[in-house]
Design a protein around this ligand. Structure first.
Ligand SMILES: CSCCC(=O)C(=O)COP(=O)(O)O
Length: 211
């Protein structure tokens, strides 16, 4: 729902805001990636193609965040969140654990998402936010940088993801990992050459953390 909304709104958003410095910066980054000077029409088509591929490009993610802002503000939608997530986050935070978000979505988009979730405003639960400005989610260096920024040894950090390659990168950096296995939405490899040994949970309720 969020991605189709951004895809449909992109042409109008670029036409209305494409000359604003903070928007132009990201449109120019797309043009550079595209390999040549190109029209805004081509930039929009490129971005829509990236949405179709679920590409995690920092420029796309920054622009999506700006587009979603209007949708949240005008109450056109709330951010979809699995029913087991908010109760677990509240319990973990209540027991004193600091919680952080690391997403390919831009930090402004993350704050909008958790601020307008189906379960209400969850932003007070989080102690910090990280996006791909720190590095890609499949690169171990990103997790090393996050641990350094948080000031907690990587071995004390549990990283949750539904993507095995992200968990591999976090583990290389020394973090503990759990695959949040949302089988119906994001099936992950289980057997054969792609097998892995990250602990699995099908719900946040099954993730037991030290108090
Ligand atoms: C949380 S803001 C929007 C999410 C988003 O744009 C995205 O690509 C999700 O990436 P993630 O790394 O959180 O799986």
């Amino acid at each position: 729902m969020l991605f189709p909304y951004a895809r449909n709104a992109l042409p109008g958003f670029v036409a209305r805001h494409g000359k604003e410095e903070e928007v132009r910066r990201w449109l120019d980054a797309v043009a550079i990636e595209h390999g040549s000077i190109c029209s805004d029409e081509v930039i929009v088509e490129t971005l829509q193609g990236w949405i179709d591929q679920d590409r995690k490009h920092t420029a796309l993610k920054a622009l999506q965040g700006m587009i979603w802002e209007a949708g949240y503000r005008d109450a056109e939608f709330t951010a979809p969140i699995y029913a087991d997530v908010a109760p677990a986050l509240r319990q973990w935070r209540g027991s004193g654990l600091p919680l952080y978000v690391y997403s390919s979505g831009s930090v402004p988009a993350q704050k909008l998402f958790f601020g307008h979730s189906d379960a209400g405003d969850l932003t007070p639960l989080f102690s910090g936010w990280f996006d791909t400005e720190v590095g890609g989610k499949r690169e171990a260096g990103s997790y090393e940088a996050i641990a350094a920024r948080i000031g907690i040894d990587a071995s004390e950090i549990l990283f949750l993801s539904d993507v095995v390659e992200e968990l591999d990168a976090a583990r290389i950096a020394g973090m503990q990992t759990v695959l949040v296995d949302r089988r119906e939405d994001y099936p992950q490899p289980r057997d054969g050459a792609a097998a892995h040994d990250h602990p699995r949970a099908t719900s946040f309720a099954d993730i037991l953390l030290p108090a």
